[in-house]
Design a binder for this molecule. Structure first.
Ligand SMILES: C[S@@+](CC[C@H](N)C(=O)[O-])C[C@H]1O[C@@H](n2cnc3c(N)ncnc32)[C@H](O)[C@@H]1O
Length: 303
């Protein structure tokens, strides 16, 4: 089961009205979308996901609530073109990034270092690049860069060396084989903290799904789709996603540096967006769902 994170807060900040047009970029198991649909009886919900299992499960839930929704089985990188085919502006857009618990729990998806499966990690099962190609075909330099940049892994270099050495003998096929190689290539002390494969698995997942680039482009597109007083709520799960969100929100909600000291800011340079909230889960939510400990919700509004 997937426990939705920062659920009440994000719904509250979406400022839903009976006739709101809302986009849920990350439908997942419809935790957020179900609540949204209940509150927009005369509005419309567009919900993206690229995972067929998630869509199947959510379709069953949503159709019991209403029929004023459409599920778009696409990567949300297509947000702008897909929404513009259907409508002009929208009143709210939600991103609840990352993977859902069922994606982690189903061993065959290859996201988990606890369960044995083929190296996969594709959110979109029709895509060709999977964790197998990253682990078995990327150069040493590329592996180090990915582990370092996307996993903030301090033993990136020794882990990459371990991978190269092992794959020269035979291809690395499974999650547990990879987890074991990682374990063998970090100091003993490091193995006792959290699971030594956690950061590398995260890094490979980000690479396979091109998550940061996709998010950055989609967030910029989302800003351009907002109607006046419309809001974007973003729930992130690690510092790199949050950094992108923070930077973009700060940029579009402030006067350009070079103009800050002018006595009167020309109308066209006045920021069109304002930051509404930046919140973390409560202690209680973290106790109930430790997976959300690094989550953050940021909200911006078009003026
Ligand atoms: C954390 S879950 C969302 C959970 C959902 N808010 C709920 O309450 O059930 C993230 C979902 O977004 C999907 N997803 C992640 N990146 C995506 C992308 N670039 N395009 C489309 N769907 C994406 C994943 O497949 C997953 O189902």
């Amino acid at each position: 089961m997937h426990i939705s994170v920062l659920l009440e807060e994000s719904i509250k900040y979406l400022n839903l009205k009976d006739n709101s047009k809302i986009v849920d970029c990350t439908l997942g198991y419809a935790g957020h979308s179900s609540l949204i649909l209940k509150q927009i009886k005369n509005g419309f919900l567009y919900a993206f996901d690229q995972d067929k299992n998630a869509i199947e499960a959510s379709e069953k839930k949503l159709k019991q609530i209403g029929n004023n929704y459409e599920i778009i089985n696409k990567n949300f990188v297509n947000l702008k073109s897909e929404i513009q085919k259907r409508t002009n502006k929208v009143d709210g857009i939600l991103f609840d990034l990352g993977v859902s618990s069922p994606q982690l729990d189903v061993a065959e998806r290859g996201f988990s270092y606890h369960k044995d499966a083929k190296l996969d990690m594709r959110m979109d099962q029709s895509q060709t690049l999977s964790a197998y190609e990253v682990v078995n075909e990327y150069s040493y330099e590329k592996l180090v860069t990915i582990f370092h940049r996307y996993g903030e892994e301090k033993y990136a270099s020794s882990i990459a060396k371990g991978i190269i050495k092992n794959r020269e003998k035979q291809p690395i096929e499974t999650t547990l084989q990879l987890a074991e190689i990682i374990k063998q290539n970090v100091p003993m002390k490091y193995r006792q903290k959290s699971h030594p494969a956690r950061k590398v698995f995260q890094a490979i997942r980000i690479e396979v799904n091109n998550e940061l680039e996709v998010f950055k482009k989609s967030l910029l597109d989302a800003l351009s789709l907002l109607d006046i007083n419309g809001r974007i709520c973003v729930i992130t799960f690690h510092s790199l996603e949050d950094k992108i969100c923070k930077q973009i929100f700060n940029e579009v909600s402030s006067v350009p540096k070079e103009l800050k000291n002018l006595p009167i800011i020309p109308e066209e340079y006045k920021p069109k967006y304002k930051i509404i909230a930046n919140i973390a889960p409560t202690k209680k939510e973290i106790e109930n769902n430790p997976r959300c400990r690094s989550a953050r919700l940021r909200v911006i509004e078009r003026g």
